[in-house]
Design a protein around this ligand. Structure first.
Ligand SMILES: [Zn+2]
Ligand SMILES: [Zn+2]
Length: 346
């Protein structure tokens, strides 16, 4: 995974001159092209070829994912439960995951669906890092492979292998094809030429950023405790509750709603467009992810930063981006290409 990319093995392009906007656009567009044939596929397909007996278990994922899930039952104790704590889930989901993963990692870095100043791009990407879904380059690599081979055998996470595999199983065993320097060079060279993304990809730097972001939560918890509690034990309890809901439960919640786009939104829901994979518009996860669940629309027109195409397909992430475009912070927000889409409409 990302941690396998050592500095001495990085592609020579990683320290080269900056990639131009046109090259970057082209690379993003190249990965939208479906390279697979449209021949009928089997209902069930094997795991990607390079997930085999030589593949190692990715303990760096297994251990934290297991540990975060093991503390979930604490939410049912009176010590940790609080209704205001529950509010951290939708608010944290919007800030860190919809803006960080949905707008940042996905619509901007993977598909280049809009332009913005570099500082704002880094801000969105850093919010994404705080969702603990690996580095931007790793996420983009995996997602571009997904678009290129959707629901065909090289797809890293198709439910045609199994529902569990598409939801989370694929992360826990090494896909040897995607952990090579050549894969980073092929699928996300544009990001690997950027010093910040390169730095995040090295070792576990992206994990350190995630750990750092827990400090403001802890400080906020102490301040809230000092304001609301009259005893030291009360201050400790409120700090623990803020950390529990704001960091741990929010991370677990946003993991599953994001992972559900790879699983549920390739299995259940309706289709507006004829596409060469199983993508679905899943309204439950569209609401929970603030728009990412309109996944059949997204596969039909990957570059569009607007995933909701019908009036009822609410896409809060796109609405947020449209407001940012109105105030001049972002430009060239890609909207659905209706001409091309009309040929795919069901
Ligand atoms: Zn998909
Ligand atoms: Zn995509």
């Amino acid at each position: 995974m990302a941690t396998d990319v050592k500095q001495d093995k990085l592609p020579s392009t990683a320290t080269g001159q900056d990639v131009t906007g046109a090259q970057r656009d082209q690379q993003a567009k190249d990965h939208h092209a479906h390279s697979c044939s449209s021949e009928p596929r089997a209902k069930h397909i094997p795991r990607p070829e390079m997930v085999d007996e030589k593949s190692r278990i990715i303990w760096e994922y297994v251990v934290p994912v297991a540990a975060f899930h093991l503390v979930i039952p604490l939410m049912f104790t009176s010590y940790f439960f609080s209704w205001w704590g529950v509010l951290f889930l939708p608010i944290g989901n919007y800030i860190f995951t919809s803006m960080g993963i949905g707008a940042g990692y996905h619509r901007l870095l993977t598909h280049r669906g809009f332009d913005c100043p570099k500082w704002f791009e880094y801000l969105l990407a850093t919010l994404g890092v705080c969702s603990l879904q690996d580095s931007p380059a790793r996420w983009v690599l995996v997602h571009r492979v997904h678009h290129q081979h959707s629901d065909h055998q090289p797809d890293p996470h198709t439910p045609r292998v199994s529902a569990y595999w598409s939801h989370m199983g694929w992360m826990f065993v090494e896909n040897r094809e995607l952990s090579t320097v050549a894969a980073y060079d092929r699928y996300c060279r544009d990001l690997m030429k950027d010093k910040y993304y390169m730095w995040l990809t090295k070792g576990i730097n992206w994990v350190w950023v995630y750990i750092l972001h827990t400090i403001p939560f802890t400080i906020a918890g102490v301040i809230a405790g000092l304001m609301l509690a009259s005893t030291t034990a009360g201050v400790v309890q409120i700090t623990a509750q803020v950390f529990f809901w704001g960091v741990i439960m929010r991370t677990v919640y946003t993991w599953h709603v994001t992972w559900a786009i790879n699983s549920a939104a390739h299995m259940w829901g309706y289709r507006n467009y004829e596409t060469r994979e199983d993508s679905r518009n899943n309204w439950v996860f569209a609401l929970l992810t603030n728009g990412e669940g309109w996944h059949n629309n997204h596969h039909a027109d990957p570059r569009s930063a607007q995933h909701g195409h019908r009036w009822w397909e609410v896409d809060v992430t796109y609405i947020s981006l449209a407001i940012l475009e109105k105030i001049g912070l972002i430009r060239n927000l890609a909207r659905p290409n209706n001409n091309a889409l009309s040929r795919k409409t069901l």
